[in-house]
Design a protein around this ligand. Structure first.
Ligand code: HEC
Ligand code: HEC
Ligand code: HEC
Ligand code: HEC
Ligand code: HEC
Length: 334
């Protein structure tokens, strides 16, 4: 009798312990759904994504000095829309992106890209992701729209970057905005996507975009630039982007370096620059530019420079080595 009681008591204790452990320690137990009002709150659980995002242009969309200058410190309210946006899934993919009123300093943040609209009962709608997990505090839900170019288009098509991509061979080749700008970490499709969103700020990407060649043909030098790696025109998006080809005679070693001479510029003009023609280098296009100059009869070097702002301090004697980024350089022998 007594031994049965002890056995039963022991069983109850064991069951109770199991129950306690399963509620408080079981890692698969659901966490309460949370409401998120700042991207900083994602950091505890998504540290790597957070760090990558913080180093991205998206994170500095509100604080970027170039944007503040051009928008007159956002006195131009039209500029707030894409630089401190409300969540895209809330304002609607394909709809106009809308400005938000709070924590604008976070720019294009986690919440702008991931937060889903509230459920009908007012509970948090969770985060758009590649997987669903109803146990996680942020309640991710699988939403394929997040991968589509239309998602980026709300902000990145005002200067036709997405249309340029659509008109190219890249969609057929299965390469979209994410393949090149948010590649899988270490090329592993289970490792998530790099949130640094590198673009014209990355020398490596710039180098992969184009192929610069130059050769002598019947006394003239033909410079060629081919768009081999940009999924759209080169350059693209902001009209401030400019790519310039310069050249200079190659002196003997004792000679001091000659200054660079300007040959050609690829750019899409601002609306008021009526005398400039839009001549961006389309995806897959090769542009041939003749260089006919008596000073180019000897050996010369030709170089491509990229600039995020189109202006040179001294337009009469531009100094690309100081004010722009050297992307590629070739030598044409005598
Ligand atoms: C809510 C608007 C918005 C959405 C949506 C958005 N972006 Fe951006 N993106 C921006 C803004 C604004 C900047 C520039 C911020 C700055 O420099 O001040 C930017 C910058 C970038 C850059 C850096 C460009 C450079 O000059 O180096 C890349 C690359 C980029 N975005 C890719 C993407 C991709 C890919 C997507 C889709 C997954 C996307 N963006 C979605 C607004 C957006
Ligand atoms: C429809 C969305 C949208 C609106 C509205 C918008 N921007 Fe942008 N802005 C972008 C995107 C996307 C980029 C990144 C493109 C790129 O890097 O080439 C960007 C980049 C920039 C940059 C380049 C930053 C750099 O570091 O080179 C400046 C400057 C800028 N925007 C200023 C403005 C100003 C001024 C306004 C208001 C007149 C404005 N933007 C309104 C989407 C927008
Ligand atoms: C308390 C921890 C916690 C916080 C805070 C949190 N998350 Fe999560 N998140 C998780 C967990 C756990 C998962 C599920 C991971 C899994 O199943 O592989 C997840 C998954 C996700 C996914 C889907 C992942 C995928 O592979 O598709 C997205 C997107 C996401 N979180 C975004 C956010 C954003 C944005 C924030 C901030 C607004 C946030 N999370 C805050 C814990 C958290
Ligand atoms: C095949 C690869 C590839 C694809 C696909 C691609 N890009 Fe790019 N993108 C590049 C390269 C390389 C650069 C750097 C050269 C340049 O600046 O044009 C770049 C630059 C940019 C820039 C910086 C602006 C500039 O010209 O400096 C933005 C913004 C951008 N891409 C947005 C997008 C968007 C949005 C999509 C999807 C419609 C997309 N890209 C698709 C390769 C790609
Ligand atoms: C410009 C839009 C954009 C911003 C800003 C952004 N994400 Fe993402 N995020 C994406 C896209 C696009 C994917 C990939 C979706 C896919 O592959 O289906 C993604 C994927 C993820 C995933 C899945 C796992 C992984 O590592 O890729 C997590 C988790 C996530 N984001 C969290 C965050 C957090 C946290 C922040 C802020 C620190 C953030 N995201 C900022 C667009 C964004």
């Amino acid at each position: 009798m007594n031994s049965l009681r002890v056995l039963l008591g022991g069983l109850c204790l064991a069951l109770g312990l199991w129950f306690a452990v399963s509620v408080f320690v079981d890692p698969s137990a659901p966490e309460a759904a949370r409401t998120f009002d700042s991207s900083v709150s994602c950091k505890d659980c998504h540290a790597q994504v957070y760090d990558e995002w913080q180093s991205s242009q998206h994170a500095m969309a509100w604080t970027n000095p170039a944007v503040r200058a051009l928008s007159n410190d956002f006195a131009n309210q039209d500029c707030i829309d894409c630089h401190a946006p409300r969540p895209i899934f809330v304002s609607g993919i394909g709809e106009r992106v809308l400005p938000r009123a709070s924590r604008r300093v976070e720019g294009v943040d986690c919440i702008a890209c991931h937060l889903l609209p509230e459920n009908e009962d007012g509970s948090p709608g969770g985060m758009a992701g590649t997987i669903a997990n109803s146990n996680a505090a942020c309640r991710p839900v699988q939403r394929v729209e997040l991968q589509r170019v239309e998602f980026c288009a709300g902000c990145h098509d005002q200067h036709e970057t997405v249309r340029q991509w659509k008109a190219s061979e890249w969609p057929e080749r299965g390469e979209d905005c994410l393949s090149c700008h948010m590649p899988y970490r270490n090329g592993d499709s289970n490792a998530g996507r790099n949130h640094q969103c590198l673009g014209g700020n990355s020398l490596e990407l710039l180098k992969s975009a184009v192929d610069l060649r130059a050769s002598r043909e019947a006394g003239t030098i033909i410079v060629e630039l081919e768009n081999v790696g940009a999924g759209h025109s080169f350059p693209t998006d902001e009209r401030s982007r400019a790519a310039d080809i310069f050249w200079r005679p190659l002196g003997t070693e004792e000679d001091s370096k000659q200054s660079w001479r300007h040959l050609y510029r690829f750019r899409s003009p601002y609306r008021f620059e009526v005398d400039i023609v839009d001549n961006l280098l389309l995806a897959h296009e090769t542009r041939k530019i003749p260089l006919d100059d008596p000073e180019a009869l000897g050996s010369i070097e030709v170089a491509l420079f990229y600039k995020r702002s189109p202006h040179y301090e001294n337009p009469e004697a531009p100094d690309p080595e100081r004010e722009a980024v050297l992307v590629q350089r070739v030598v044409v022998e005598l």
